[in-house]
Design a protein around this ligand. Structure first.
Ligand code: IFM
Length: 443
């Protein structure tokens, strides 16, 4: 065996808005309908049409052999108007969950994955003083109605990415540039998680609840330059450290704000880690290390970073770790198999209590402001015909699940011919200008 997975179990992940399609009234449907929003002009109305193709997709999950599936719920479908819940939408999810469980697939359900109902968005989204209460009412409804089918919940996905993109970079709805608003939104999401953690346990005491948190490595480009060192450490704290600490322990430190009503304690049953890349910091600039392999979006491919973030988490937050997302944009599926192999190898070599790995993504899907162009799936999606085809990396993934690891034959068949990336970062700024050398680097 080339790589033994041991007790690490493999699954795949998705998010409602990115795959369901249809006309749900969300922040994203409203935003993308305005010309010039998503880079390719697409909207989430098409996506993978999963809402109508649930049975086909569950059959594909069965074909891959996954035993774990992380999926999201579309809040706007469940609560189309404030306080009005749609029983047909809840029934739809019940049906999906029942079918998953019948196949022996354990669902991990995300309650908020960047998606707000339109009615919350027009009230100011996460800056609205009612946002947390509204979220809790939705959580109460969902957990009460699905608790016989779901044991594991992710309250909030990547609060740091959402707040940064929506309020600081202004790339996502509501598309404003206001750092203080970004911190207010992040603080509201922290409070939403801390209170939802208690609420879910009150309704379903045996539930396992956590956050899926986006964690990166921030390395100073010049380790002897105090400005780069300070920049990397500040970014680490502002982007991810403070929010992870607050959501996990109830300890709320600047730049987050919050009341002191949260007793210090443990507010997670697992820590969810979404890992993709590292930033190479020059001063206050979060760039990409020149000369490193990159994916189709110019993100550095840095498997050792996964082991580094897992160790950082394990040191501070005892308990199980789930890799709730890890994956890459690879339109031609030329390097995804190697990406998976090297990241799983790093996770195992971290010697941390990591028990799950959910690959992002199950199928190609609508990648927010980047639209339909980036291809993250193990299953290829033809957006025009909605045909699904398992990619070679998907076959590799299924083979690993079937054998409990990477056999010598699988390594020769899928990993050896796989490239290491689709480009090379040429300068620290490439990621932000969408430039990387298109020549693939040799394996
Ligand atoms: O597609 C996203 C997902 O919604 C959240 N984590 C990162 C993925 C890739 O960008």
């Amino acid at each position: 065996m080339k790589l033994d997975l041991g007790s690490l179990e493999l699954g795949v992940a998705t998010a409602a808005t990115q795959i369901e399609g249809g006309d749900a009234d969300t922040n994203w449907h409203r935003w993308a309908a305005k010309p010039g929003s998503a880079r390719d002009g697409s909207t989430p109305a098409r996506a993978a049409d999963h809402w109508n193709r649930v049975d086909q997709d569950i059959a594909l999950l069965g074909e891959l052999g996954v035993k774990h599936y992380r999926m999201g719920l579309e809040w706007a479908r469940i609560e189309p108007r404030p306080g009005v819940f749609d029983s047909a939408a809840v029934e739809h999810y019940r049906d999906e969950l029942t079918k998953l469980r019948a196949l022996g697939i354990t669902p991990l359900v995300t309650l908020h994955h960047f998606n707000n109902p339109g009615w919350l968005e027009e009230r100011g989204a996460w800056l609205s003083p009612q946002a947390v209460e509204r979220f809790l009412a939705y959580v109460r409804h969902v957990v009460s109605h699905l608790k016989d089918l779901v044991d594991e919940w992710v309250t909030i996905n990547e609060p740091n990415v959402y707040a940064t993109e929506a309020y600081i970079y202004g790339e996502w709805p509501p598309a404003t540039h206001h750092p203080l608003h970004g911190m207010s939104a992040m603080s509201a999401l922290v409070e939403a998680h801390l209170r939802a953690y208690a609420l879910i346990h009150a309704i379903q005491p045996e539930a396992k609840v956590g956050v899926a948190h986006h964690l990166r490595v921030f390395d100073p480009a010049h380790p002897y330059n105090p400005i780069d060192v300070a920049g990397a450490s500040a970014m680490e704290h502002l982007f991810q450290g403070a929010v992870l600490e607050a959501m996990s322990t109830g300890r709320i430190r600047l730049p987050l704000r919050g009341s002191s009503r949260f007793a210090p304690g443990r507010y997670y049953d697992f820590i969810g880690v979404n890992y993709y890349t590292r930033n190479w910091v020059v001063g206050v600039y979060p760039g990409t290390k020149p000369g490193t392999p990159t994916n189709d979006l110019g993100w550095e491919i840095y498997p050792a970073g996964l082991a580094r973030v897992l160790r950082q988490v394990a040191k501070r937050y005892p308990g199980p770790i789930y890799i709730t997302e890890n994956g890459t944009a690879d339109a031609t599926d030329e390097f995804r198999s190697r990406f998976i192999f090297t990241h799983l190898r790093a996770a195992i070599a971290s010697y941390t209590p990591v028990t799950r790995y959910y690959h992002w993504c199950f199928t190609d899907n609508w990648e927010w402001a980047e639209g339909e162009v980036p291809r993250f799936g193990l299953v290829e999606l033809d957006y025009e015909t909605q045909a699904r085809t398992i990619k070679q990396s998907g076959r590799f993934y299924a083979d690993m699940i079937a054998h409990g690891g990477v056999t010598e034959q699988a390594y020769e068949r899928w990993v050896v011919p796989s490239a290491v990336g689709s480009g090379v970062a040429r300068s620290v700024g490439d990621q932000w200008r969408g430039i990387s050398d298109p020549t693939p680097v040799a394996p």
